[in-house]
Design a protein around this ligand. Structure first.
Ligand code: DX5
Ligand code: ZN
Length: 229
């Protein structure tokens, strides 16, 4: 288990969804060696979103490697009724588990379950969901991270929806500073500076990192572009 304090820093979080799965461990090693410390894991169930990606087995396969490097496993559950999956992902080695507000009738309960499983708790919201949905769970003290989807969830390599910049700024304003703000979808060299300026401190990047010839170099370039200071 990696210290959740990593979440208060500024990080590009490579998403393994875009990695070459025939050599997943080697791809993860490339970004860890380049300094990546938050590894984003996209779980899709074929129900909340049409595609099916992978489950806890992928988390347990990578857990030792990521934790030995001091890395944090950031699981993004794009699944219906995520509260049913929390224990299994925690046991597989997740450090943080993010559930979609739209995927559960019991958001507070789901976040509490994540905390009780020993993980940091995140809520993700789709582009049409009012940002205010995070306010009550934040005020109730069960939230560590808000994930603002900047594309519709389910697929990598989509174009960032420009209204996301406004949503990020509004989220940053309504959340206490200790709650991390993550953005996911369409983050690349052209969009990373603006999402960082809008207040996101965790930038998920799938294709921008793993579709590059050198994922480690792409990770470093993106980080430098997002936070030039
Ligand atoms: C989309 C996933 C993303 C995806 C991002 O549903 O949640 O994490 O991997 O991919 P890119 O960075 O290629 O838009
Ligand atoms: Zn994601």
């Amino acid at each position: 288990m990696t210290d959740g304090r990593l979440l208060s820093g500024r990080h590009v979080a490579p998403s393994i969804l875009a990695a070459d799965f025939s050599r997943l461990g080697a791809q993860v090693q490339e970004v860890l060696a380049a300094g990546a410390r938050v590894i984003h894991v996209d779980v899709m169930d074929g129900h909340f979103v049409p595609p099916i990606s992978f489950g806890p087995v992928a988390v347990s396969a990578l857990a030792q490697q990521i934790h030995e490097a001091g890395g944090y496993i950031d699981v993004h559950l794009m699944v219906s009724q995520p509260e049913r999956q929390v224990t299994e992902f925690a046991a597989a080695g997740a450090d943080g588990i993010t559930v979609h507000a739209e995927a559960t009738a019991h958001l507070h309960y789901a976040l509490q379950a994540v905390r009780e499983a020993g993980c940091r708790a995140g809520v993700a919201i789709c582009p049409a969901t009012p940002v205010e949905v995070v306010a009550d769970v934040a005020a109730a003290g069960v939230l560590d991270l808000a994930l603002c989807m900047s594309v519709n969830p389910g697929w990598g390599n989509q174009k960032l929806i420009p209204h996301s910049y406004t949503r990020l700024a509004r989220l940053r304003q309504l959340l206490a500073p200790e709650i991390a703000l993550e953005v996911d979808g369409g983050v690349h060299a052209q969009t990373a500076p603006a999402v960082a300026r809008a207040g996101a401190n965790l930038l998920v990047a799938g294709s921008a990192v793993f579709s590059a010839a050198d994922p480690g170099a792409a990770f470093r370039e993106l980080t430098a572009l997002a936070w030039p200071d």
